[in-house]
Design a protein around this ligand. Structure first.
Ligand SMILES: [Zn+2]
Length: 162
């Protein structure tokens, strides 16, 4: 098994596929045909997802808070955001272990950057540490979840509107 095929499998096993909440697509979403691009470590994602991925990659490298591993972006599963190429999981530390100390601080910095740039990059929502940031004022709200990965204690999830 190559690393490429292994990552989605590992993520599925870790329960990443159980984040049902954010997924409901509207009819308009379904009707829109997104443009997919090859996007480096994110592989095949929408143009908007690729734009934020690359910008966040650059900013976090410059700021010294880059994630350790890119998890599932577009992949075949039953949920909407990831399979449609509109979401990526950015892992801090080890998947399945809650981010602590430096990793926790780094993830916080990334989330701060994402929230600050949500409008520029057409973000739909960001999830990290049992909190979701989205819509309206983009203030943190509790994210109902169970377990390390489902609660996004080990990775930042970012999704774009299209
Ligand atoms: Zn995710």
């Amino acid at each position: 098994m190559t690393l490429k095929t292994k990552i989605p499998t590992v993520l599925a096993a870790a329960g990443l596929m159980t984040t049902v909440f954010a997924g409901a697509a509207t009819t308009a979403d379904a009707a829109a045909k997104p443009t997919y691009v090859e996007c480096g470590a994110a592989h095949k994602v929408t143009k908007k997802m690729c734009a934020v991925f690359k910008a966040a990659d650059k900013a976090s490298r410059a700021g010294g808070y880059h994630w350790d591993r890119t998890g599932r972006c577009k992949s075949a599963d039953r949920l909407n955001w990831h399979p449609s190429g509109r979401a990526c999981d950015l892992i801090y530390g080890k998947l399945g272990s809650p981010a602590k100390q430096g990793n926790l601080k780094d993830g916080n910095k990334l989330v701060k950057w994402l929230v600050a740039h949500h409008s520029k990059y057409s973000l739909h929502h960001v999830i990290w540490q049992s909190r979701i940031y989205s819509g309206g004022n983009w203030k943190a709200r509790p994210y109902p979840c169970k377990g390390v990965t489902d609660c996004h204690k080990d990775h930042v999830h970012v999704a774009t509107v299209s």
